[in-house]
Structures are given as structure tokens and as C-alpha cells.
Design a protein around this ligand. Structure first.
Ligand code: S5P
Length: 281
């Protein structure tokens, strides 16, 4: 389709959402469609992973509520790293409450997500008011929202009419605050090419070495995700920071971070080759 055959640079030029535009520009500039999911529980590990893989990624995805020693200096340092290495930040908060509640969860509390995270995501379970509540906070800051249209885990209920409702909601959002999806496939094009909106598809469940984990996660390769399924960004967690979690890695952190850096390079290369194959270059 026109979206999957276009370059990231072409799509950046016509992207109305400022966060999505910045992401596409960054992808084109750094030649990477890799997002690292830094699901570690210590502040220093989080920062060190970002510093190690920063040069190879367009986007750092966080679960800020798993960081045991969170403080606002973490946000300041993460923001400094995003400027040093030229990447955006995506807090994977998966908002799922009524509009009033999510607007408070997004703007306030300990984490004040809206103040530092360029992109966040939400489940459409509560209906369109979840989007309205988040838009009230995020739009004035130029933020972007992804709807979880499909999930990667075994037995996920995000399918059929539910997935379609997410796509319809995104397409009818004239404010452009909704800028894409977490999905496993080109959900915006199931009923023919998407001519209305250029929506981004960010895809977790990506791994080159294993097919899954013990808790229902399912992995596909960067080529399956970007080239075969037409998604735009690969999200990789344990495939990259995994070396830190082993007994060996805990003993020799320096060697582990070198492996993390190498994995970042490896996934960046695989993602970009899949993209070049898709656009026919
Ligand atoms: O459907 C989903 C949606 C998300 S955002 N499946 C996922 O795995 N994720 C997130 O992606 C998940 O919360 C985790 O942070 C990351 C995948 O991590 P990995 O270690 O399995 O690559």
C-alpha cells in the first residue's frame, strides 16, 4: 500500500501529529526503526541501557512504575540522554480508565508522565472518553497517543470487532492526537489501503533467538514484523537488555553492557534491512 511502500522521511513530511512526525524524522535521520523496551527495575540500569543502545534506537520505551528507586533526577537524566543520543521517549502506561481519571494519572501523581514522555498508549476498553481525557493533557504539549489494537501475548482478547473499533476511533480523531497503534499487523488497512490517516504501527513481541517466554509472550523476527506484516517500529526488550539479567551479567556488568550494546546494533540492522526490503531498496 501507499503507506508501507513510502519511506519514513516521506511519511514524516505529511505527518500531522508532532510526536509522530519527530519520531519518523528521527527514524529517517538515524536509519533505525528500533525501539528498546527498558524493563529494568533500577534507575542506574535504566540509564545505562539507554546510554548503551541510544545511538541505535529511535525510541526508548519505559515502564516507569517498575523502577524501585524512581526520582525526578531519573527523568532529568533520561531526557538528557534523549537529547544526547537523539531518541524519543514512550511511557508504556496502558491507560484504561474513565476520561477524568486518566487525565489525572497522565498529568499528576509521582511520575507526571505527560511532562516528559513524547508518546504514551491506552486501551480503548472504557470507550472514546479515555482518548478525550488524555488529549486534554497531552495535546497542548504536542504529545501522541497509541491505541492497543492488538497484543502479542497468547490468548489476547484484542481481536475482531475490538481491533476494528480501535482503528475506527483513530481514523475519526480529527485532532490527530491518536497517531497510531500497538499492533501485530497493518490493522489500519484490513478494509483496503488507509487513505485517511498515516497511522504508525509499533510492534512488540520481537526476538531473534527465542519464540516466547514462560508467561505467554510470543516473538516474531524483525523481518516478519516490518517486511511481511508491514509494521513500522519493532519494540525489543529482553532480546536487548537480557544479558544484564543472567548470573554472569550480574557479576560482570561491564561485559554485560557491551553485549547489550551489541544486541542493540544487531536488532537495528535487522529492522532496517527488513524496511529496505519492504520499500524495495
Ligand atoms: O501486546 C503487547 C504490548 C506491549 S506494549 N505486548 C508487549 O509485550 N508489550 C510490551 O513490550 C511489554 O509490556 C514489554 O514491555 C515489551 C516486550 O518486552 P520483551 O522483553 O518481551 O521484548
Amino acid at each position: 500500500s501507499s503507506i508501507t511502500l513510502s519511506t519514513y522521511a516521506e511519511r514524516a513530511a505529511r505527518q500531522p501529529n508532532p510526536a509522530a512526525r519527530a519520531l519518523l524524522e528521527c527514524m529517517a535521520r538515524k536509519q533505525t526503526n528500533l525501539s528498546v523496551s527498558v524493563d529494568v527495575t533500577s534507575k542506574q540500569d535504566l540509564l545505562d541501557v539507554c546510554d548503551a543502545v541510544g545511538p541505535n534506537v529511535c525510541l526508548v520505551k519505559t515502564h516507569i512504575d517498575i523502577v524501585s528507586d524512581f526520582d525526578h533526577d531519573l527523568v532529568a537524566q533520561l531526557t538528557a540522554l534523549s537529547e544526547k543520543h537523539d531518541f524519543l521517549i514512550f511511557e508504556d502506561r496502558k491507560f484504561a480508565d474513565i476520561g477524568n481519571t486518566v487525565s489525572l494519572q497522565y498529568s499528576a501523581g509521582v511520575h507526571k508522565i505527560a511532562s516528559w514522555s513524547h508518546i504514551t498508549n491506552a486501551h480503548l476498553v472504557p470507550g472514546p472518553s479515555v482518548v478525550e481525557g488524555l488529549a486534554k493533557v497531552g495535546m497542548p504539549l504536542g504529545r501522541g497517543l497509541l491505541l492497543l489494537a492488538e497484543m502479542s501475548s497468547k490468548g489476547a482478547l484484542t481481536k475482531g470487532d475490538y481491533t476494528k473499533a480501535c482503528v475506527e476511533e483513530a481514523k475519526k480523531d480529527t485532532t490527530n492526537f491518536v497517531c497510531g497503534f500497538i499492533a501485530m499487523s497493518r490493522v489500519d488497512e484490513v478494509d483496503g489501503p488507509n487513505t485517511e490517516r498515516d497511522l504508525l504501527i509499533l510492534t512488540p513481541g520481537v526476538g531473534l533467538d527465542v519464540k516466547g517466554d514462560a508467561l505467554g509472550q510470543q516473538y516474531r523476527t524483525p523481518d516478519q514484523v516490518i517486511n511481511e506484516s508491514g509494521c513500522d517500529v519493532i519494540i525489543v526488550g529482553r532480546g536487548i537488555y537480557g544479558p544484564l539479567m543472567t548470573e554472569e551479567g550480574k557479576k560482570d556488568k561491564k561485559a554485560a553492557f557491551e553485549k547489550v550494546r551489541e544486541q542493540g546494533e544487531r536488532y537495528k540492522k535487522a529492522g532496517w534491512e527488513a524496511y529496505l526490503a519492504r520499500i524495495g531498496q
